[in-house]
Design a protein around this ligand. Structure first.
Ligand code: ZN
Length: 344
């Protein structure tokens, strides 16, 4: 099959590749329709590695996908050919200790699309377990279905924050994950969300998505803005979604006494952290790694209209132009949020 293959750092090709994928009894075969380009895909393209994960052999990229079921294994009961679906890209070992504890995203043996050596989904078909394949509501498009994966990160962060109705949140970073986290926070009960960035176009787009107040950190201090708007109190929750080292301190600074900071972004190197600044507020610190158990909730929120991700899919490319799509994603215009590739 023709796939988008990362041959080595900075060399992507659309070429034939043989991937032997027998259909197990609990699997479905899916024709891929839409795939979003994630920051991690771009990072592998530009640098050939993320932390301990190094691209040592040609790798098919892509892990944010939606498509149509073509064929089902003998034991599959919930899906049929023709069903429109999206897929959770990480398949854990069902018998591992983290999985049995419900923490399947932390299973060290998880096989996650486009994380070496596991091929991703930028190819015409994939075989995937029924249990990690989710039917799209009729009013959710393939493009929206391919946004469920990044939205799942935001929902998992909102779960970790244990949001209460009426909470005020601040999200640091208005990229795809930050913006989707803001939508997840509103859907989770926040009355108001502040969002920071250095790109006015991204902030302007975020501000159109709900009661979201943009903060341009080039000229404004997030903590000062949030305190001014909350009678000096601060935010109940701070979501750090930028990965920028200085944002960790900003997250704590913006919190109210007893508030919660959730760390989503991954800085490229260890970050110094002022423990006392967190202690004097008795701040609760949470972290997330990908997500678990949230795809059905993401789809329910999209289907009910509580979360609308359509404005965030800003750019679409045909599969034939997949290499150009990646080059575009490497130097995106400021107003772009999510680039998707369509295979049909
Ligand atoms: Zn992603």
């Amino acid at each position: 099959m023709q796939a988008l293959v990362l041959e080595k750092t900075r060399l992507l090709r659309l070429r034939d590749i043989v991937i032997d994928e027998p259909l197990g009894s609990h699997d479905v075969r899916i024709r891929i329709h839409s795939v979003g380009i994630c920051g991690s895909d771009v990072h592998y393209y530009q640098h050939g590695a993320i932390g301990p994960f190094v691209v040592r052999a040609p790798l098919v990229l892509g892990h944010e996908a939606a498509g149509i079921v073509m064929e089902t294994g003998a034991a599959v009961t919930t899906l049929r050919p023709g069903d429109r679906v999206c897929m959770e890209p990480g398949i854990p070992d069902p018998n591992s200790r983290p999985t049995r504890l419900g923490l399947y995203n932390l299973d060290p043996a998880v096989r996650f699309w486009a994380t070496p050596p596991v091929h991703g989904c930028l190819r015409p078909t994939v075989v995937h377990p029924e249990a990690f394949t989710f039917k799209l509501p009729d009013n959710v498009s393939f493009g929206e279905g391919a946004m469920v994966e990044p939205l799942a990160v935001g929902l998992h962060a909102a779960n970790k924050a244990r949001l209460k109705p009426g909470d005020v949140a601040v999200v640091l970073g208005a990229g795809p994950i930050g913006t989707l986290t803001a939508l997840a926070a509103l859907a989770g009960g926040c009355s108001r969300v502040f969002i920071t960035d250095v790109q006015p176009a991204k902030l302007a787009l975020a501000a159109t998505l709900g009661p979201i107040t943009p903060i341009d950190v080039r000229g404004q201090n997030p903590a000062a803005v949030v305190r001014a708007a909350t009678g000096g109190w601060g935010a109940d929750v701070a979501f750090e979604a930028s990965g920028v080292p200085s944002a960790a301190a900003q997250a704590i600074d913006a919190l109210c006494p007893g508030g919660c900071a959730v760390f989503i972004g991954m800085p490229g190197a260890p970050v110094p952290f002022d423990i006392v600044a967190a202690q004097v507020k008795e701040a609760r610190i949470e972290t997330i790694f990908r997500y678990a158990h949230v795809f059905p909730r993401a789809l329910a929120l999209m289907g009910s209209g509580k979360i609308n991700v359509r404005p965030l899919v800003t750019d679409r490319f045909a599969f034939a132009d997949a290499v150009a799509a990646f080059d575009y994603a490497c130097r995106m215009r400021p107003a772009s949020v999510k680039v998707q590739i369509e295979l049909t």
